[in-house]
Ligand binder design. Structure first.
Ligand code: ADP
Length: 245
């Protein structure tokens, strides 16, 4: 096990269908990895296995910061280290923006309200949305809501952040503001694993890009290499389809 996140022979079945066919991956601490590939290739399943939102075959091994990802006791420890941002923001509609960000540190970490609010405000400033702290999610744009969701995940001080197509549900004019927050985050040393269709973002921000197809990792490389000089035919076909469309 060499990585901060280590994945060995990761296999995942949905019934008879094998969504992941033996993935091996090591991700270093602080590394920013973008996972790209056609729809249905297993990208989302892969990152959901890292915090065990999806279970996987017992022959497989996933380790985060030395902690094995299993359904047992260590899962709570893993989840304490891993934050996740989804395509749909999933904010609590009955709580203000600030209270959305305060909730987990209060409930899970036992922070008092004053400390939790102070932490929330720092994070809301960081994602550029402090002015909206008293509002309810429904009064925010999609881009603003997703930035709150990022702040909420950061409030637990995760070592690893998983992003599952965080800009796919947004109107085009709001994509940039969320990607900008993620770019800033990439400079802070938190390990990031980002499933994305935003090739420009991957090219600019990723330390490494992983191309998946058919439940397998087909090719990995630094962005310049993978985008400019893909070695595998499936990578070439995918990139020419998405970059020329
Ligand atoms: P991607 O993120 O690359 O679009 P997914 O990981 O979402 O791919 O899905 C990989 C494959 O697994 C797809 O064929 C999808 O239909 C299938 N799949 C995903 N989730 C489920 C599920 N809950 N039940 C059955 N099949 C699923």
């Amino acid at each position: 096990m060499n990585g901060f996140v280590s994945i060995r022979n990761l296999q995942k079945f949905y019934g008879e269908f094998q969504a992941l066919k033996g993935i091996n991956l090591d991700i270093a601490e602080g590394e920013v990895v973008c996972v790209v590939g056609p729809s249905g290739s297993g990208k989302s399943t892969l990152i959901r296995c890292i915090n065990h939102l999806e279970g996987f075959e017992s022959v497989s091994e996933v380790v985060v910061d030395g902690i094995p990802v299993t359904s047992g006791k260590s899962l709570a420890k893993v989840r304490a280290e891993v934050g996740m941002v989804f395509q749909s923001f999933n904010l609590f509609p009955h709580l203000t923006v600030r209270r959305n960000v305060m909730l987990a540190p209060q409930r899970v970490r036992g922070l008092n309200a004053i400390d939790a609010a102070a932490r929330a405000d720092v994070l809301l400033k960081r994602v550029g949305i402090f002015e909206q702290a008293e509002k309810y999610p429904e009064h925010l744009s999609g881009g603003q809501q997703q930035r709150v969701a990022i702040a909420r995940a950061l409030a637990m001080e995760p070592r690893v952040m998983l992003f599952d197509e965080p800009t796919s549900a947004l109107d085009p004019e709001m994509v940039g503001e969320v990607l900008d927050v993620m770019k800033d985050l990439a400079g802070t040393g938190v390990t990031m694993i980002v499933v994305t269709h935003e090739m420009g973002f991957a090219r600019q921000v990723a330390d490494r890009v992983i191309f998946m197809d058919g439940g397998e990792v087909i090719e990995t490389g630094i962005p310049e290499e993978l985008f400019s000089n893909p070695k595998e035919i499936r990578t070439q076909n995918f990139l020419s389809a998405v970059l020329n469309h």
